[in-house]
Design a binder for this molecule. Structure first.
Ligand code: GDP
Ligand code: MG
Length: 177
């Protein structure tokens, strides 16, 4: 009923995936606390941050999971993927290998995750413009080929960070109602 819809509390688990140093932790801290750190502090194991949002007067908790992308940790535990409704697949637009490896992360994701998962391809560090190693066109057409949404972001400047997370939450919300 109308009444029930208004009082629902939605909970969405969203995971961050991608190579080490692409900016996953900074995308999360930019979105959650408007914070950015210059020095890289590699995430130890797995952690998550809750962000509370409102859509149409409904309370949403986005629980965003972060992990280190070190090769040793590549066999990410099932716990990381379990219950995840969306994934942000992040690469660094200034490091080609991180884009190449997206293919591997996608395989991981499709092996572990819910097939209905919302997946966004995110090219981070667009503030670094010399030289453009992975162009927007290349990123965009790969995303289209794999049925993913595509965003280019800068955790440093804040470009598109709010947008990509809000788009994920909007999509998850409209899938539910
Ligand atoms: P993670 O290993 O994927 O979690 O990457 P981090 O968030 O730890 O970031 C790795 C390094 O890249 C750090 O030195 C960050 O300051 C830097 N970094 C992250 N995002 C950006 C960005 O959007 N622009 C620039 N120029 N540097 C970034
Ligand atoms: Mg990290």
């Amino acid at each position: 009923t109308h009444q029930e819809q208004h009082n629902k509390h939605h909970f969405f688990k969203i995971i961050l995936i991608g190579d080490s140093s692409v900016g996953k932790s900074n995308l999360l801290s930019r979105f959650c606390c408007n914070k950015f750190t210059l020095e890289s502090s590699s995430t130890i194991g797995i952690n998550f941050t809750n962000k509370t949002l409102k859509i149409n007067n409904n309370q949403i908790t986005a629980q965003i999971w972060d992990t280190s992308g070190h090769t040793k940790a590549r066999a990410i535990t099932d716990a990381y993927y379990r219950g995840a409704k969306a994934a942000l697949l992040v690469y660094d637009v200034t490091k080609h290998i991180t884009f190449v490896n997206i293919q591997k992360w996608l395989v991981d994701l499709r092996n572990h995750a819910d097939p209905n998962m919302v997946v966004m391809l995110v090219g981070n560090k667009v503030d670094v413009r010399q030289p453009v190693v992975v162009s927007s066109e290349v990123g965009k057409s790969f995303a289209e080929k794999e049925s993913m949404c595509f965003y280019e972001t800068s955790a440093l400047r804040g470009t598109n960070v709010e947008k990509v997370f809000m788009d994920v939450v909007d999509k998850l919300y409209s899938n539910q109602v």
